[in-house]
Each structure stands twice: as C-alpha cells, then as structure tokens.
Design a protein around this ligand. Structure first.
Ligand code: FES
Length: 172
C-alpha cells in the first residue's frame, strides 16, 4: 500500500525509495500557485514528472498528491484519464497510432500491422533497444488526413505502410 509523507521519500510497491528531484518539486509547487484550487495543477505536475523521467512511477503519484494536498487516488484518476501520461516505462519515442473511426476506415489496421512487423513488438510494448513504444490513441482531430499517428509530440498525417520508414528514421 502506498502512503504519502511530507519529505517526498516514499516507498514504492517494489520497496524502492522514491524521491522527487528538487527541480520536479519546485516546478510542481510553482505550477500549483497558478491555480486557486491546487488540484487543478495535477496534470501540470504529472507532465513535469513525465518530462524528466518519460513516465510517472507510483511513488511520483503519491508525492504529487502530497504536495497538492489531494489523495493519491485523485492524482491516479487524472493520470488514467489522460492517455498521454504513461504509468509504465516507455521507450525514447512513443508512437501513438489513431484507431478511431476515420483512421480505421482509411487503413489503420494495415498501418498498425506494418508498424508491429517493422518494430517486432505488439501494442503496448517497447523495442528491445528502448527506441520505440507502440500504442493506440483516440482521434487526434485530423481525420481528413487519416491515417494519423504521433511520435512524441509531432503529428504525422497520411501515414501508410510505405511511408513508415521515412517517418521513423529521424527518431534515433
Ligand atoms: S479518426 Fe484519426 S485523426 Fe480523427
């Protein structure tokens, strides 16, 4: 069972201590002061941790809750709601492929299958070299340019099995 404490040194469910860096802690406290209700800073806080670590460990959820004065369940709820907050380690680059209806009709299956074959991984997995993680994502709001995928924060349009290589080659 995870518990919060006031020093940000928190035992994770694997028994390892978790400590926010001073940079993370200061950035979260800074973000918190932009809002009347500290809980409004939850997504900012999660993004701050993820920007440093590429994912949000259990201990960070508890530490964020402690700083914001909310429950860890509240923070977990926000983390779960946002599909680009990662609660497990991911690769250096996250490929998120839109599987909503517009992209589905325009070749999602072929694109997703080709990506899995090229990378040698299944959805939710990371390549052995830690380069890519492959995930589905809901509509990215560019349905007229389907199929669409994101690599990290960059959106790529009209991606086909034939153009995968040119999309991925710049992500080392
Ligand atoms: S359905 Fe894929 S971007 Fe909208």
């Amino acid at each position: 069972m995870l518990t919060a404490n006031s020093t940000q040194t928190i035992a994770t469910d694997r028994g390892e201590p978790f400590v926010l860096t001073s940079h993370e802690r200061e950035a979260i406290e800074h973000a918190m002061h932009h809002y009347e209700d500290p809980r409004a800073a939850t997504i900012d806080a999660l993004k701050i941790v993820q920007s440093q670590r590429r994912w949000v460990p259990d201990g960070a959820v508890v530490a964020i809750a402690d700083i914001l004065g909310v429950s860890a369940a509240d923070v977990e709820g926000v983390a779960t709601f946002y599909n680009r907050i990662y609660r497990q380690p991911v690769g250096r680059h996250v490929i998120a492929v839109c599987d909503s209806i517009g992209c589905f009709l325009m070749g999602f299956d072929q694109l997703y299958g080709a990506l899995q074959a090229k990378l040698g991984i299944r959805p939710g997995e990371t390549t052995a070299d830690g380069r890519f993680t492959l995930l589905p994502i809901v509509c990215l709001g560019a349905c007229d340019k389907a199929p669409v995928l994101m690599v990290n924060d960059a959106t790529h349009f009209n991606v086909t099995p034939e153009t995968i290589d040119s999309v991925l080659e710049s992500y080392l």
